[in-house]
Design a protein around this ligand. Structure first.
Ligand SMILES: C[S@@+](CC[C@H](N)C(=O)[O-])C[C@H]1O[C@@H](n2cnc3c(N)ncnc32)[C@H](O)[C@@H]1O
Length: 371
């Protein structure tokens, strides 16, 4: 099946055709600048509502812990905390997961329950376990799955611990992103099992890794071609880091502006060169100038990169012990020298101790990073 540019294998197409999305997203948010306004089916524009539900958009259902169904008529602000992922991205991940009937599957990040419903179709509901940290979400997802006649194990727990009582699993899929793959996921995946995991990067993106568990307990695989910016797996007390004022420090010129990071192929590569905790924000000044700020709470280094007119690179203000923008500049030169390698040409090996991404260039030289 070819829908909206995504080619689906027949068993995946069948799963999507037989699993409606609308029962899982009766109300979702529409973003207007900083504000998120709830949008439900009020009966006045059912066709418009359905068009959004069956679009290839991700639908945000929770912002700063406020569910769209609880927001009433008010709009809310803050960071999205749950959503129904864009269907084409779900399809890519499910395709990579290679789920067949009878496979024992764990999904971390139940959210609306829509992906769990697809997993039930593919593996059989009795084989599916899905976990989310939110009682509100798991309760609604359990009910909505039941109305479709499927009853997977829906747990409200911290998914970073997996679900030991239902292990082992043949497949694990993360629908929230992690910096490091939790050791419990290695423990609970059967040898030969596959996991598809969004690994959170320092920049806007992140990478989707598909890994197969080896007999020695480590896992190896590759990076998927799909860019994916999943919301993070929240565990324990989350540290919130305040963006520092980029004052003081020194100023210099750069050949490249923050806009280079808009290229998802490069931002993936650049991410490999930065501390995972690096934060990037960007905005446009009143006159339209593109400004990127990067900082790392690790040592307080900060770089503020202001685009110069007519493609003349950027002015950079750096403060703290390290020049963070120099890391991006070096990565950019390296990326060009390697002929702009695409993310799906990279391999990954991982263990509970960490992960290594590698690229073998056409001359046979192996480049390695441990982000
Ligand atoms: C993008 S949404 C998942 C989308 C979902 N698969 C669907 O089909 O609607 C990410 C989810 O991860 C959940 N999450 C975040 N931290 C978690 C944790 N530690 N354990 C389990 N779920 C977590 C959030 O509550 C959120 O619902």
């Amino acid at each position: 099946m070819d829908q909206g540019g995504v080619v689906l294998s027949s068993h995946l197409a069948e799963a999507f055709l037989n699993t409606p999305r609308h029962p899982f997203v009766p109300v979702f948010y529409r973003r207007e600048g900083e504000h998120f306004s709830p949008r439900g089916n009020t009966g006045t524009d059912t066709a418009g509502w359905l068009a959004q539900v069956y679009s290839d958009d991700s639908l945000i259902t929770e912002v700063a812990g406020v569910h769209a169904e609880d927001a009433g008529a008010r709009s809310v602000t803050g960071a999205p905390t749950s959503s129904s992922t864009a269907p084409s991205l779900m399809a890519d991940m499910l395709d990579a997961l290679d789920v067949r009937k009878g496979a024992r599957v764990l999904e971390v990040g139940t959210g609306t329950g829509y992906n769990a419903a697809l997993l039930c179709h593919l593996a059989g509901a009795e084989n599916v376990t899905t976990v989310d940290r939110s009682e509100r979400l798991t309760h609604a997802a359990r009910d909505r799955l039941a109305t479709l006649g499927v009853r997977p194990a829906v747990r409200c727990e911290d998914g970073s611990k997996g679900v030991p009582s239902r292990a082992p699993f043949d497949r694990i899929i993360g629908t929230c992103s992690v910096r490091r793959i939790p050791s419990s996921w290695f423990d609970q995946l059967a040898p030969g099992g596959i996991m598809v995991v969004p690994i959170k990067g320092a920049l806007a993106g992140g990478m989707l890794a598909r890994l197969k568990k080896r007999e020695d307990g480590t896992a190896a695989g590759h990076i998927l071609h799909t860019p994916a910016a999943f919301m993070p797996l929240l565990s324990g007390n989350q540290e919130q880091h305040q963006e520092p004022e980029a004052t003081g420090g020194t100023t210099r010129d750069s050949r490249i502006s923050g806009k280079v990071l808009d290229d998802w192929t490069f931002s993936f590569f650049a991410e490999l060169h930065l501390d995972p905790g690096t934060v990037r924000t960007y905005h446009r000044d009143a006159d339209g100038t593109h400004v990127t700020t990067m900082f790392t709470p690790l040592d307080g280094s900060c770089a503020r990169v202001t685009e110069q007119p007519e493609g003349a690179g950027a002015r950079v203000r750096v403060s703290g012990p390290r020049d963070l923008w120099a890391l991006v500049e070096r990565a950019h030169e390296h990326w060009l020298s390697l002929n702009r390698p695409r993310r799906e040409w990279f391999t990954i090996t991982a263990s509970p101790e960490g992960q290594t991404v590698a690229y073998t260039d056409p001359s046979g030289e192996v480049n390695r990073w441990s982000p």
